[in-house]
Design a protein around this ligand. Structure first.
Ligand SMILES: CN1C=C[C@@](O)(C#Cc2ccnc(-n3nc(C(N)=O)c4cc(F)ccc43)c2)C1=O
Length: 347
């Protein structure tokens, strides 16, 4: 199909989907999500009650082309966490009893990239998407429930992590990033809050595509600080982002090593040495290598140095860094510490 034919196919598809919730394909959801961007309460009043979307798993059942909160599904007890522009709840489908997680975002804050970047993603280290619906001025995104909670919550409970655990979680995160980057997607907000754990604490998935971006196919960088791009967590921002330069997948590698410092120290990098605004320091100062704990194994320090190169072209890729992490993990004697060991007072 030519581009124009494909476009009309997409328009035809969206036209059929408007006002309905169906069990469908990831690409159906990606097309529909693009029509949700930029809606606001100023839109026509009937939009207020509109219910449309695409569910991707059988266990979430639309009824007569509808899937409404408290009618077809309901939030379970408390809040699980808060993502970029949205709260995350445990939910249950009233017909099937199936439970998963749901993130609710106001349409004004919804970025289509949160769905267009992760629809069709299938990887053991990436959080599976189960579908999304718009109901009035809310977009609800359904996803797999991760019983172990987030790495950010684990850090709050444990202070900081033993070196082998930190290396193992960094390695798994880099596996997920390697896949995302191969799919031409940049995550944009890699941090402990966006790494979720299995019930036994041994497996991680990357989540929250609220800051994600599609990379140019030519591999050339993208000007992130434009349009509707919202920067990720300030302490984890790469120098090229704060300097408004073209960015590519290397920004996620920088953030992953900021996360590593957070895992090893129990506090975000830069915050013990500088006041806000941190972005000026990130641009001007050398990388925060002095924050690598002196007790770390030299090969752990080597990993962090390779990921905190200020010049993106000199910085390791996710694949290169993952290989270094696995060498370091061997050097420290492999994964031996329990995931919920004793509390460690942040350094
Ligand atoms: C595939 N997909 C679809 C939406 C997405 O962009 C997201 C997200 C997000 C952001 C912050 N937090 C959580 N979060 N999810 C869970 C869970 N699934 O169990 C969770 C559990 C917690 F304890 C804390 C935060 C949590 C999930 C995305 O990635």
């Amino acid at each position: 199909k030519t581009t124009s034919e494909k476009l009309s196919m997409e328009e035809f598809l969206v036209d059929a989907l408007k006002g309905n919730v169906i069990l469908g394909e990831p690409r159906n959801l990606a097309c529909l999500a693009k029509t949700w961007k930029g809606l606001s309460s100023k839109t026509c009043p009937q939009e207020m009650d509109e219910n449309e979307g695409v569910l991707l798993v059988e266990k979430l059942k639309a009824v007569d082309y509808e899937y409404r909160e408290d009618v077809h599904w309901t939030k379970c007890q408390s809040l699980l966490g808060t993502g970029s522009f949205g709260d995350v709840y445990k939910m249950e489908d009233k017909q099937t009893g199936f439970q998963c997680a749901a993130k609710k975002v106001r349409v004004e804050h919804f970025r289509a990239e949160e769905l267009t970047t992760c629809t069709g993603m299938m990887h053991p280290k990436i959080l599976p998407l189960y579908g999304a619906v718009k109901e009035g001025l809310w977009v609800t995104i359904f996803m797999k429930l991760m019983e172990g909670g987030s790495l950010g919550q684990l850090l709050k409970q444990r202070g900081y992590l033993p070196e082998d655990r930190a290396l193992d979680y960094l390695g798994q995160t880099l596996e997920g990033l390697e896949y995302l980057h191969a799919c031409g997607v940049l995550h944009g907000d890699v941090k402990a809050d966006n790494v979720l754990l299995s019930g036994d604490g041994n497996h991680t998935v990357l989540c929250d595509f609220g800051h994600a971006a599609h990379l140019h196919p030519d591999g050339g960088g993208k000007y992130l600080v434009t349009g509707d791009y919202v920067p990720g967590t300030e302490t984890h921002l790469a120098p090229e982002i704060v300097m408004g330069k073209r960015c590519d997948s290397k920004v996620d590698v920088w953030s992953s090593c900021c996360m590593m410092l957070h895992l090893l120290n129990g506090c975000h990098p830069w915050t013990q040495y500088y006041n806000h605004p941190l972005c000026l320091k990130i641009a001007k100062e050398p990388p925060p290598l002095r924050e690598i704990p002196p007790s770390s194994h030299p090969s752990t320090a080597h990993v962090i140095k390779a990921g905190l190169e200020k010049e993106p072209t000199k910085r390791a890729s996710a694949a290169e860094l993952r290989a270094k992490v696995y060498t370091a993990l061997q050097q420290v004697g492999g994964l031996t510490s329990p995931w919920r060991g004793e509390y460690r007072e942040p350094r």
